[in-house]
Design a protein around this ligand. Sequence first.
Ligand SMILES: [Zn+2]
Length: 380
Amino acid sequence: MRRSYRSRIYPNRTQVRTLLATLETCRRLYNNALAERRDAWKEKQRSVTYTHQANALAAGKDELQVHSQVLQDVLRRLKKAFDAFFRRVKNGEVPGHPRFKGKGRYDSFTYPQSGFSLSEDGEHVTLSKIGSVRIKLHRPVEGAIKTLTITRDVDQWYAVFSCEVEAGPRMNANPSVGIDVGLKKFATLSDGTVIDNPRVLRESERKIKRAQRRVSRRRKGSNRRKKAKRVLAKTHRRVRNQRRDFAHKLSRKLADSYSTITFEKLNIMNMVKNHHLAKSIIDASWNQLIQFTTYKAEGAGGRVELVDPKNTSQMCSRCGVLVKKTLSVRVHECWNCGLTIDRDLNAAINIQDRSGWEPPDAPVELETASKREASLLVGG
Ligand SMILES: [Zn+2]
């Protein structure tokens, strides 16, 4: 099982220059390799493979200032982009050809196996061709480090270690839970717990809107606009970090409290199509929460299940009939069995019911069933 550790690093000025030069070298290589693939296809209907490009790279030896495996990884990223492109073509989807990366649009590079080491005390990371950089680890890195990715976020730098760790013991004794994610509330749990949208995030979103307006007011190409853009990028970064913190804390709680945690399978296509700012931020938060919960649950001996979202809010969670309601109807009132509960709680219970979770033994089953009945009565 893979786990990643993301930590801020503090390069000195010379190192920042080298890091920026590395990103630029990677970006050029990416664009050149992309052009080679594209031209070969256009002119001779021939595909250029990763192996071919990697061999050419090894023969060239003209990028000596960057670690060779880092450059190979650039070609591997391009290969992945093309693989995804061909897969979409094959599936008859809108393909979207891999695109050239503009200046400043290439923000990370990866050491896929070697070329880096973490000091014994965990205070420095040594990067081949760059040097020893100060690092601030939040928790000790566990397991075997497989890859290291260095990322730029506006004017800050981060190291992401991807490690192979042993999965925890299978199946813990905690109860199962279904989770309905929503717009008004962040999430509703099938045991009746409601998790509100974090206030700090709502405030930050207002700040993003303000910063965005400032950018659009300023004249194109002006220094004032450049400055405003930088402020906007930093505000985005703050929100990203706050969102990540929130997802980390909540996923930790979920993984520690439940054995099987069930979410709806989110529709990625709808998520991409949605350009509305607040909505897209929330979509990204859900996705992040599911990812974090998945690996934390695995570490704690539990698991995450994703189930079909069809009719989870319309179906009655007690008797199974469909109770049609628009988005504005906040209470589920069953015409058949009379169940009256909060709309999102009804959905969360349906989501839990669709998981493959089986109660470990009879007494526990009775207990959870009666608990649920109790929460149904107070809900709504
Ligand atoms: Zn019913």
